[in-house]
Design a protein around this ligand. Structure first.
Ligand code: AMP
Length: 212
């Protein structure tokens, strides 16, 4: 059995067509089912539906052989313990800093609210800015509005969420897309099935590129 870890929502929606091209169609729909393990039309492949931030952990420990995770999550988790063989080019966005519109330039130490604590720490250290990082689990946009932080670090797609909260994107930290990650032991032990899947995904991605 090959287990693939996927998170619900944007990544799942974008990954479904790719999986379907490889003949993997979940038998239950996670939007209506409460099942966390989904059998698929391929008898030897199952999906586990977990939180996006848990995907690298499941794959690292071999609880899942493969996973689909955003680069933002992988940067934060530290992905040295995983193979990252394929950029799936789905769920694209940007990891950015954002501040209130027309905020004055901050000199000295800044306060940054984010769920990407390690990535933010690394970024501000790299650019030589002293930053106090405040860990939040959601609604980052609120932090500058209520005086909790000067700036946030978050993923931005259209920028509408920032705009609706009087914020604007500032510095680009990283371009984000979803990546296929593979457990190192599984890559050896289940090489045939994993390689076949990788080839299949790659073929679909190449065809998509040509169509654009
Ligand atoms: P936006 O289109 O910029 O208004 O994005 C809406 C919200 O969705 C943002 O606050 C992000 O937290 C989240 N978001 C956007 N794109 C992604 C993505 N590719 N992966 C994960 N979260 C995302």
């Amino acid at each position: 059995m090959l287990t693939i870890a996927v998170s619900k929502g944007r990544i799942y929606d974008d990954a479904l067509p790719l999986l379907a091209e490889a003949g993997i169609v979940p038998i239950d729909d996670p939007k209506t089912s409460r099942k966390l393990i989904l059998r698929t039309t391929k008898d030897d492949v199952q999906l586990v539906i977990i939180r996006a931030t848990d995907v690298p952990t499941f794959v690292e420990y071999g609880a899942a052989d493969m996973g689909i995770a955003g680069k933002d999550v992988l940067l934060e988790h530290g992905a040295e313990s995983l193979y990252e063989p394929l950029d799936l080019g789905i769920a694209k966005c940007r990891l950015m800093t954002a501040t209130p519109v027309n905020a004055p330039e901050i000199t000295g130490r800044i306060r940054v609210a984010t769920k990407y604590v390690k990535t933010a720490q690394r970024y501000f250290a790299d650019i030589g800015v002293q930053a106090e990082i405040i860990k939040l689990y959601g609604a980052m946009e609120l932090a500058p509005l209520v005086g909790l932080a000067d700036c946030i670090v978050d993923v931005v797609d259209t920028g509408n969420t920032l705009k609706a909260n009087g914020l604007e994107p500032k510095e680009l930290i990283a371009h984000i897309s979803s990546r296929l990650v593979v457990n190192k032991a599984s890559m050896k032990m289940k090489h045939q099935i994993i390689q076949a899947l990788l080839d299949n995904f790659e073929k679909t991605l190449t065809t998509r590129e040509k169509e654009v």
